[in-house]
Ligand binder design. Sequence first.
Ligand SMILES: [Zn+2]
Length: 222
Amino acid sequence: MNMAGFRAFAAQVRDPRLLATRRRTALRKCLERFAPYGHRATWHHLCTRAGIAPQDRDPDPARLLAALAELEEARTLWLAYEAECVARRRREKRDGIRQPGALDAWHRRTWGGCEIVPCAAPHRHPAAPLAAVLRTVIAAMESGRPRNDCPVCGSPRFRPLTDTDRRAAGPVCADCGVITPAALLTRDTLAAARREAPGAGTVAPAGATAGPGARFGASMAA
Ligand SMILES: [Zn+2]
């Protein structure tokens, strides 16, 4: 993971001397370094929230800056979490209480910040800001308590991934579209998800994620 790369591309997104199309390309390059939902879903998410048409080659630079700000907020949060994990691991090793578990497997998969909360389809992702979603997923993983609902939107409905190669990662939330780590869910919930028809890979309009987003807000306040 090239961390200096992210900062260099972020500086290009901010550079008013560059054409909007160059600044847009630089923002896409940032996503090669940090993309919590995966490259395509994160791009679609940022464009939706900042009001950029995903195919617009010449977007309003102010909107590019808004998208970058959201991405950087999430990245700062994630890098702080990684640093905290490294420090904790070191402490536990020193005290001889280190016990690798589900959290380690998740860290191995997500380290560096790409596909932390992968989405099954690029057009289906939570509507809430990236940093808020990361915060709830981190809290859910850290709690270590298996649950019956999606940690992002609270939905109890899951489906198996259409993509059988990735199916072991976990089922797809039928409402917000994130692949929920299997380690987070109870055995009953996983079994129920396996009985559903594979899916959530269908393209839904961006507005379809507004409902789960609204519930997300409510669950944060609780
Ligand atoms: Zn969900």
